[in-house]
Write a protein that binds this ligand. Structure first.
Ligand SMILES: [Zn+2]
Length: 378
């Protein structure tokens, strides 16, 4: 049995490491990330990392006796009302559960993660002088939680709220602000106050504890507040924050070390990201000079409207069509389209390398899904 120190490695240990680098609360609100099926407390000897949960991916996981499958695209996206073992996704779910394989999905939370971002991985592969996200700062349109806590319980309440997902700002966790003040209360005959006596007006030194609270984690955070707070009744307020989500956070940009032609850049993309084999198509004058590149892993056609010709010569993404190319060209920006699979397959090694760095050598076997691209070209 594999060991982690003196302990077996469980799927939950690996999942916790992923959550640390790419908190689930940072995923887009439409997305479905996180634990999707199986028992994460079972020990794991082998892990399969894949873009999609395809039948051949599951066959590979069964063959390799994997206890955990980490996928980029969710298997469960729409609400499930029945699990039919003869059709998608019940067939896949049944196979995973019968073979004791836990499924964990990391999707747009990975795209936002400074450690695991596939856009960062693409930037490292291309011959660029410098690269980075077009908009690095963003503020979730979440809530501000204000809780009133007796002085001696502030540490435990703050820790419990942070553990549940409150107080995350960019690369910082456990962000809070505390203001001392005086609270009053008068307990009824049926109350049982932690401090003072019922039927008597009490005055207590308390702290007004403030933390950012993502809406998606609200139930978990409020449960943590009630569990960690010593009072019978907890006083708290929730304030909506107007927030700001810059769509350009999913766009990355960089400057080529050497200016080249559009057709030369398309060839570079095929070489650096597609093993020299991947299908690449491009729109624009093949001889046009390009230097400033913007890109988005996966299918980034919805972001064309946020590109400006003043800072982008060519846009690289997948899943574009005729009209997306025309929209790009009408702005004076060339388009290079690389197959969706090739823009995201760096997920496999990015996740493996991150987990490897955080686990003892040889503690689990890593299998990168060999299923290959979805589309073949003739
Ligand atoms: Zn994708």
């Amino acid at each position: 049995m594999p060991t982690f120190g003196q302990m077996e490695i469980r799927a939950s240990t690996l999942i916790d490491l992923l959550r640390r680098a790419a908190p689930e609360a940072s995923a887009e609100s439409w997305d479905r990330v996180g634990w999707q099926c199986g028992d994460p407390e079972l020990p794991v000897q082998a892990v399969v990392i894949a873009l999609d949960v395809r039948p051949e991916t599951i066959e590979c996981a069964i063959r390799e006796e994997a206890g955990l499958l980490i996928a980029h695209h969710p298997l469960l996206f729409e609400p499930v009302t029945r699990i039919d073992p003869h059709s998608f996704p019940g067939r896949e779910l049944t196979a995973l559960i019968e073979n004791r394989i836990t499924l964990y999905v990391a999707h747009t939370n990975v795209d936002r993660s400074p450690t695991l971002s596939l856009n960062a991985a693409i930037g490292r592969r291309l011959p660029l002088k410098s690269h980075g996200p077009m908009a690095s700062k963003w503020q979730d349109s979440g809530l501000k939680l204000v809780a009133f806590v007796p002085l001696n319980a502030v540490g435990q309440v703050r820790a419990a709220l942070a553990e549940a997902g409150a107080g995350q700002i960019g690369e910082y966790t456990i962000c809070s602000f505390a203001i001392p003040g005086t609270g009053t209360f008068l307990g009824s005959e049926s109350s049982s106050p932690t401090v003072g006596e019922k039927g008597k007006l009490e005055t207590v030194e308390e702290i007004r504890l403030e933390m950012i609270c993502p809406k998606r984690a609200l139930n978990r955070i409020l449960r943590a507040l009630w569990d960690s707070h010593p009072y019978e009744e907890v006083a708290y307020d929730l304030y909506p924050l107007s927030g700001y989500e810059d769509p350009r956070q999913f766009l990355w940009a960089g400057e080529l070390a050497e200016e080249t032609t559009l057709s030369g850049f398309a060839a570079l993309v095929r070489e650096c990201l597609g093993d020299g084999l991947a299908p690449v198509k491009f729109a624009g004058d093949p001889g046009r000079r390009v230097k400033r590149v913007a890109w988005c892993s996966g299918g980034g056609k919805s972001l064309v409207k946020h590109l400006l010709p003043s800072d982008t010569d060519v846009y690289l993404t997948g899943d574009t069509g005729h009209h997306d190319a025309l929209a790009c060209l009408s702005k004076g920006i060339a388009l290079v389209d690389l197959d969706h699979y090739y823009t995201e397959r760096l997920f496999l090694e990015t996740i493996r390398d991150y987990l490897l760095r955080n686990l003892p050598d040889g503690s689990v076997r890593w299998i990168l899904d060999p299923s290959g691209p979805v589309y073949h070209h003739c």
